[in-house]
Design a protein around this ligand. Structure first.
Ligand code: SAH
Length: 482
């Protein structure tokens, strides 16, 4: 028997995931996720995990609650660790209770991991405290829709003190406000409707009980949305910390293998942007690639590392073989600051070109390379050949080790963004072979450097290039002097 975790994945901002949820997601064999779950969260799953979408998709059959329950049970009975990811908290109008009951009936071991519910976090991200001393001493959370009959006694609700929060209520606002006014609530009570809370597409429509319903229509507010009623809404003018961030409102696509995207991603998130992290390629190590070169490593005059991955894999292999790195006598060159830093971590101080490209490193190294010098370039299979050819042309003996290969990731849905960032030619090629170039037309594109921009230009796409060809350079374009 496997085990099932019903997990609250939070309201949208992926950083509102709990540490416990994250640990289980990393371990899970099967992940069933809903529409409101931020898909970046899936990037934390194991490479071999099975990912199953359970939300509605236009024109496709979507899974009924019963079908979802059956799938969870099936995988658990096959012995898998199943993570069932639900938006917000699983037990707040998420039908998590029903799923848990089924597991209990089937005698399947389960745990429920609470999540940050939209019912409270949507208010926070809109500058609205759910309660406030002396102003709101209670928070009441309702669903405005139910499969069966909805039992809300508006006569009672209209008299409640505190903050009222309605989920699934967008289509019901007119009805709710009419009822509340009918039973005596002040027409001028402040209200807000929050669409797509906690992500870059968040929109907040503010009004009063008597006009909010019209304003929502005028502003064409859509789902998912939360309706809030109460004096705490007035705090929005002062407490709106989220929408004032420099990158708020921007959904930015970064296309990198998971690990290296982290730095850029975290910075964008801290500036309030939403990140769509599309792993267009995955790094696949080519095991045993170094074996044939191990006896020769001490004879090279130069070793040129072209990427962080190259450094990592090269030294991992040497460590596995218990190779003593003091035998390496070569001068070491690195393309790019990141690669140089990765070498520094291992006690090796490498030289770097002024430009972080193969051409840049060639300009630098050709000043000292002599004919017949032996050069080793550990790198990715399928990378550009410029450096190897240029070095051979000046008479050097060049060996390449293909340490890894970039392989295409599976396609993701909903990849519409405001800005697309590319950090290498291979991510450009992979993105286009996965998604085509139409999605990029008319969009703001940033390339890390001229070579990546050229790759885009070949496809008829224009990209901006930072002054400095680094992640910080890209951030400078995004947030100017911030
Ligand atoms: N379990 C979820 C709620 C599921 S019911 C939770 O705890 O948040 C689905 C409803 O939640 C939607 O109709 C909407 O009212 C609300 N909702 C969920 N995420 C939202 C978001 N990011 N922005 C606005 N409303 C959201």
């Amino acid at each position: 028997m496997g085990k099932v975790y019903l997990i609250g994945a939070g309201p949208g901002d992926e950083e509102l995931l709990t540490l416990k949820a994250l640990r289980i997601i990393k371990e899970a064999d099967v992940i069933l996720y809903d529409k409101l779950v931020n898909i970046n969260i899936l990037n934390y799953a194991k490479d071999e995990a099975k990912l199953i979408f359970c939300g509605k998709e236009a024109g496709k059959h979507y899974k009924s609650q019963e079908e979802i329950n059956e799938l969870i049970i099936k995988y658990a009975k096959e012995g898998y660790v199943v993570a069932r990811l639900k938006g917000g908290d699983p037990y707040v109008f998420g039908r998590g209770g029903e799923e848990a009951i089924r597991l209990f009936e089937e005698k399947i071991d389960f745990e429920v991991v609470p999540g940050v519910t939209s019912a409270i976090s949507a208010l926070n991200y809109s500058g609205i405290p759910a309660t406030f001393r002396g102003i709101s001493q209670a928070i009441h959370i309702f669903t405005a829709k139910s499969e069966g009959k909805l039992n809300i006694d508006y006569e009672v609700v209209a008299k409640l003190e505190g903050t009222l929060v309605f989920l699934m209520g967008l289509g019901e606002i007119e009805n709710i406000t009419n009822k509340l006014i009918e039973f005596g609530m002040n027409k001028g009570t402040p209200c807000a409707v929050i669409e797509n809370a906690t992500i870059s597409r968040q929109r907040v429509c503010v009004g009063e009980l008597c006009n909010i319903s019209n304003r929502v229509k005028e502003q064409m507010i859509g789902t998912p949305a939360i309706f809030v009623v109460g004096d705490v809404v007035n705090f929005r003018e002062k407490l709106n910390w989220y929408e004032n961030k420099p990158l708020f409102g921007k959904r930015i696509c970064i296309t990198r293998p998971k690990k290296q995207a982290v730095n850029l991603k975290n910075k964008i998130l801290s500036f309030g942007g939403e990140v769509l992290e599309l792993p267009s390629i995955r790094i696949q190590r080519l095991d045993g690639s170094i074996d044939g070169y191990i006896d020769r490593i001490s004879s090279y005059d130069y070793i040129i590392f072209t990427s962080v991955n190259g450094v990592e894999i090269f030294f991992d292999e040497l460590i596995n073989m218990e190779f003593d790195i003091r035998k390496i006598k070569a001068k070491v060159y690195a393309i790019g600051e990141k690669t140089k830093d990765e070498l520094k971590k291992r006690g090796i101080i490498a030289k770097c070109g002024v430009q972080f490209t193969q051409e840049g490193i060639f300009e630098e190294i050709k000043k000292e390379v002599k004919s017949r010098d032996k050069i080793l370039i550990p790198r990715a299979k399928g990378a550009r050949n410029f450096l190897v050819e240029a070095l051979k042309n000046i008479g050097a003996e060049v060996d390449e080790i293909y340490l890894y290969e970039s392989v295409l990731e599976k396609k993701r849905k909903d990849i519409e963004c405001d800005i697309y960032i590319f950090t290498s030619t291979s991510t450009v090629r992979n993105f286009i072979s996965l998604y085509g170039k139409e999605v990029l037309k008319g969009k703001r594109i940033i390339a890390i450097g001229p070579i990546t921009a050229d790759e885009l230009r070949k496809e008829g796409l224009n990209a901006e290039i930072p002054k400095e060809y680094t992640i910080d350079g890209i951030l400078n374009i995004l947030v100017g002097g911030c």
